[in-house]
Design a binder for this molecule. Structure first.
Ligand SMILES: NC(=O)c1ccc[n+]([C@@H]2O[C@H](COP(=O)([O-])OP(=O)(O)OC[C@H]3O[C@@H](n4cnc5c(N)ncnc54)[C@H](OP(=O)(O)O)[C@@H]3O)[C@@H](O)[C@H]2O)c1
Length: 252
């Protein structure tokens, strides 16, 4: 059963907590009783998130996830400081809208590092005995772009397709350790990332995307609710799944 106090005394690490979906998730999970470890690079914006959280004991830990090799050891030190983790939400992500003729290999690499490699390294860190307390849940932020195509977002789409695929294999590898792994594929949600994307689209292109969401564009809270479900024991029999939360975008 999905209870609004389902996360009392659980420590949940959220990457991307300084903005958008990660911030809305931190706010909602704290209302459900979780102690939040808020992660991102921008400390001021993490502090702004922390000021919106309910309850006590939350911490702000700035970290650049591009330092992928350091992630497992960093999780060990966080668990030693804050206690074992019952969940990790990887909401940090990089978007890139570039036609192929303007696509640079190093930008692709930077995007893959945060969207894909960091997800794997977070899983590698979480599986360590001292880092998690089972049952634990890892939620990865994918995108509908991992399921359908869109011209100009090839690298981003590839990274989210990779997230869906690694979610399934991680689920199989970590089940015996009591760690569930699921992903969420949002459609277009009105966040800073969406604002940036909008800047690279004509009005007609943007209106077309909007019209492809039968329920309209999403709010960050719509995705946060799905994270809350996947982090809580209400989803205890779900692993290896990508949950689509897209206002009907992929129903076409
Ligand atoms: N918004 C949408 O419509 C939408 C749709 C589908 C999927 N998604 C996915 O949902 C996730 C969150 O998107 P959003 O809309 O919330 O984006 P956002 O508002 O732009 O936030 C992105 C977050 O990622 C963090 N981040 C980026 N690079 C980082 C790095 N190297 N190290 C640590 N943190 C880093 C940023 O923190 P700092 O700047 O503080 O480092 C920020 O908190 C992403 O994975 C995105 O692909 C979003």
């Amino acid at each position: 059963m999905f209870a609004t106090d389902a996360l009392i005394d659980r420590t949940i690490l959220i990457t991307g907590a300084s903005s958008g979906l990660g911030r809305a998730t931190a706010v909602l999970l704290s209302r459900m009783g979780a102690r939040i470890i808020a992660v991102g690079r921008n400390e001021d914006r993490l502090i702004a998130t922390a000021s919106q959280l309910s309850g006590a004991g939350h911490v702000v830990r700035p970290f650049d996830l591009a330092a992928v090799e350091a992630i497992p050891e960093w999780l060990q030190s966080l668990a030693a400081e804050c206690g074992p983790l019952r969940g990790v939400v990887h909401s940090a992500g990089v978007h890139l809208a570039r036609p192929l003729q303007m696509l640079k290999a190093d930008a692709v690499q930077q995007l893959l590092t945060v969207n894909v490699t960091a997800a794997l390294m977070l899983a590698k860190g979480l599986r360590q005995r001292a880092v998690h307390e089972s049952p634990a849940s890892l939620v990865l932020m994918s995108s509908v772009m991992g399921q359908v195509g869109q011209a100009g977002v090839t690298a981003y789409s590839a990274s989210k397709g990779a997230v869906d695929a690694l979610c399934r294999s991680l689920a199989l590898e970590l089940a015996t350790q009591g760690i569930r792994v699921n992903a969420i594929a949002p459609g277009q949600v009105e966040t800073e990332m969406a604002e940036q994307q909008r800047g690279s689209l004509t009005t007609e292109q943007f209106e077309r995307i909007r019209s492809m969401h039968p329920l309209g564009l999403g709010r960050a809270e719509d995705v946060a609710s799905a994270v809350a479900f996947l982090i809580s024991d209400a989803s205890r029999w779900m692993t290896g799944t990508t949950l689509t939360v897209d206002g009907g975008y992929t129903a076409h």
